[in-house]
Design a protein around this ligand. Structure first.
Ligand code: MIC
Ligand code: SF4
Length: 646
């Protein structure tokens, strides 16, 4: 039997295990990426591993999240990251160069290779046929040190795209439709592989929009074949030599298939507060809009900004709203500046920001109270915009521009008719403007040896954690429902992000939006447990959602099911990830109950006693032998220190 694209790449990189869905495998990682919000921690961890130079084909450190610089903290982090990159042979993408995923697509993504990134939207590179996986910073640090990446071998779900996109319907609507079908849990344990006749008309930026937001399905990653469209894009980026054809064999098979006919697809919207709460835009009956934001790693490419500029040309945005635009990269910014589209946007009333994550991660541009914010982004979790009672609606650039002009959430086709504008596919330029002057390339080993790592006062040393004791005792500090996000556990935004390199300081914000008393209560009673529903820890890859609770004394998290990256992060920092054997037992534990967990035979069985209710509750875990060793040592760094000294 032939192989599909996922199997082709995984088999070429397989180091341990068999490609059988559900089994444990280890793969070789060719490239890594980090961004500043997770990168400070990842690089502190890399330093702790004691390796003189990265061992990957390519590692890039981006600065794109914390660019607000309200005080010295963000700036300190940037300087630390630049010095650490110079020391260890890492490419450094300076602030201003753009959002990691957009820049990586333009300059570094290579078909057929593997990429591990400390950001959940790393799968964006599946748009050029990579197996690109998001992970916690520590797993990325280990990959930089040349170690394999361990994961459960995913199933492959084929999304077959048939038909052709209609005018004013675009790639974002495709991924919104996939989310409507599969939900935020639908991709767990799976790679989403795209195929079908419609691929012929989807460019790499279109594909990258789709693979980017595949993160919201909970998928391990998403991937497109590498074909003539990939070649065209790489050529336009001056990287034709990186092209490598990669297609599924005709007789290859998939574990599951979803067929979407693009002929019938209409403009869609994900309503507050989940990316899978998707409906046809028209069903919102011209909802009034108070803010529009174009940008983020999902929709800030040259193509996306050009379509918005085309719609706004010679017009003014509606008086009842404000509009923000963040171009995805310096390349995009410079090109729209040179061709006049930037001037069109400014003239129409857009407030143009720098090339960075910005409003997507709550770094400014928070909506008004109870505001309706229409964004081209990928996440609309409650409070992420910075305004807890505002609602974020996720849409395509076409629908966002239509909202900006009309002041209402409408189907862009209605507006186009009225304004008499045509949705001529903007397509790709034959040649992008290439200037890598904001990338600092790795120093020679000789020059690296002389580099001094610069640590400002915001860079706190990594905390050290003890080995797992045979009994865990304590109270249930918090009981949550389903689909808790890492934004709920460890919020981001302008107030919190500056503390990403300072664990004691950031731990004061744990579960802030859910229960403000959590950090104080946890510390006062010497830690305890968290109980949750299904898909616990979905969303961002931030390992701070594990380190900070660990720092506050959280010993185990007991849930119906975990999201992949968060569970790996819990293991890395020595928090026991347990699941109920019978989901209904979730009802048998309440907040404040006293629990006792016997971990002395953790490899065979774990006994959980609810002492308050005098009940024994059957629980389990899905940790591999390697995970158990890490867990017993008190986490991955403690394990690495133990093994290197023995
Ligand atoms: C996000 O979109 O939530 C982030 C911010 O990019 C995160 C990483 C982080 O928290 O730093 C992600 O997606 O992994
Ligand atoms: Fe940045 Fe937003 Fe993309 Fe995360 S989702 S990498 S915050 S643009």
């Amino acid at each position: 039997m032939g192989l599909n694209v996922t199997q082709k790449i995984l088999s070429k990189h397989l180091i341990e295990g068999d490609l059988v869905a559900g089994g444990r495998i280890a793969i070789k990682i060719d490239q890594t990426l980090t961004q500043d919000a997770t990168g400070t921690m990842a690089h502190l961890e890399f330093e702790a591993l004691g390796i003189p130079r990265v061992k990957t084909k390519l590692s890039v450190s981006y600065v794109d999240h914390n660019t607000m610089q309200a005080d010295f903290k963000n700036a300190d982090d940037h300087i630390y990251l630049q010095s650490v990159a110079a020391k260890f042979g890492i490419h450094f993408s300076r602030p201003g160069n753009g959002i990691c995923h957009q820049v990586h697509l333009e300059r570094f993504g290579v078909p057929g290779q593997t990429l591990l990134g400390s950001d959940s939207h790393t799968p964006t590179q599946g748009g050029v046929g990579m197996i690109a996986i998001g992970a916690g910073g520590l797993d990325v640090a280990l990959a930089m040190a040349g170690q394999p990446f361990f994961l459960n071998c995913p199933k492959v779900l084929n999304v077959r795209l048939e038909g052709k996109l209609q005018s004013w319907v675009s790639a974002k609507d495709i991924i919104l439709e996939v989310l409507r079908n599969l939900s935020v849990k639908g991709g767990v344990g799976k790679v989403i592989e795209y195929s079908g006749p419609a691929l012929r008309s989807l460019t790499v930026p279109d594909r990258a929009t789709i693979t980017n937001m595949g993160a919201e399905l909970g998928a391990t990653t998403s991937v497109f074949p590498s074909d003539s469209k990939t070649k065209e894009y790489l050529k336009a980026q001056g990287r034709e030599k990186d092209y490598y054809e990669l297609k599924a064999d005709k007789d290859s098979e998939y574990d599951e298939t979803l067929v979407i006919n693009l002929d019938n697809l209409v403009p869609m919207v994900a309503q507050p507060h989940m990316p899978d709460n998707v409906v046809d835009v028209k069903s919102l009956k011209r909802k009034k809009v108070s803010q529009v934001a174009i940008g983020s790693c999902t929709n800030s490419s040259y193509r996306d900004l050009m379509i918005v500029a085309k719609m706004l040309k010679g017009r003014t945005i509606a008086s009842g709203l404000s509009m923000f635009v963040s171009p995805g990269s310096k390349q995009v910014y410079k090109m729209i500046s040179d061709n006049g589209a930037l001037s069109t946007l400014i003239d129409a009333g857009a407030r143009v920001l720098e090339s960075a994550c910005g409003p997507c991660i709550g770094m400014g541009a928070a909506p008004n109270s109870e505001g309706v914010s229409v964004r081209t982004f990928n996440r609309n979790f409650i409070g992420r915009s910075g305004t807890k009672n505002a609602g974020t609606y996720l849409v395509s650039p076409e629908t966002a521009a239509a909202a900006a002009l009309s002041g209402e959430l409408i189907d862009p086709r209605q507006l186009a008719k009225k304004l008499n504008i045509k949705h001529k596919n903007i397509g790709l330029p034959n040649k992008y403007e290439i200037n890598d002057n904001l990338i600092i390339f790795p120093f020679s080993p000789k020059k690296s040896a002389k580099v001094e790592i610069l640590r400002g006062p915001n860079i706190a040393p990594l905390p050290k954690f003890d080995a797992l004791p045979p009994t865990l005792l304590g109270k249930v500090l918090l009981k949550t429902g389903d689909n808790v996000t890492t934004d709920d556990i460890m919020p981001a935004g302008a107030r919190v992000l500056p503390f990403r390199s300072n664990v004691p300081a950031i731990s004061e914000f744990v579960f802030e939006a859910v229960d403000q008393s959590f950090p104080t209560r946890a510390k006062d009673i010497g830690g305890g447990f968290v109980v949750g529903g299904s898909n616990y820890g979905q969303g961002s890859s931030r390992e701070h959602a594990a380190i900070a609770p660990k720092y506050l004394g959280v010993k185990a998290v007991l849930v119906k099911s975990f999201a992949r990256i968060h569970m790996a992060n819990l293991i890395n920092f020595g928090i026991l990830p347990l699941t109920f054997i019978n989901e209904s037992d979730y009802q048998k534990i309440d907040q404040d109950d006293e629990l006792e967990i016997d971990t002395s035979c953790i490899g065979e069985k774990i006994v959980l006693l609810n002492k308050t209710k005098s009940l024994e509750i059957p629980v389990t875990h899905s940790m591999s032998e390697r995970d158990l060793n890490l867990m017993s040592a008190g986490g991955t760094l403690a394990f690495a220190a133990k093994t290197s000294s023995s």
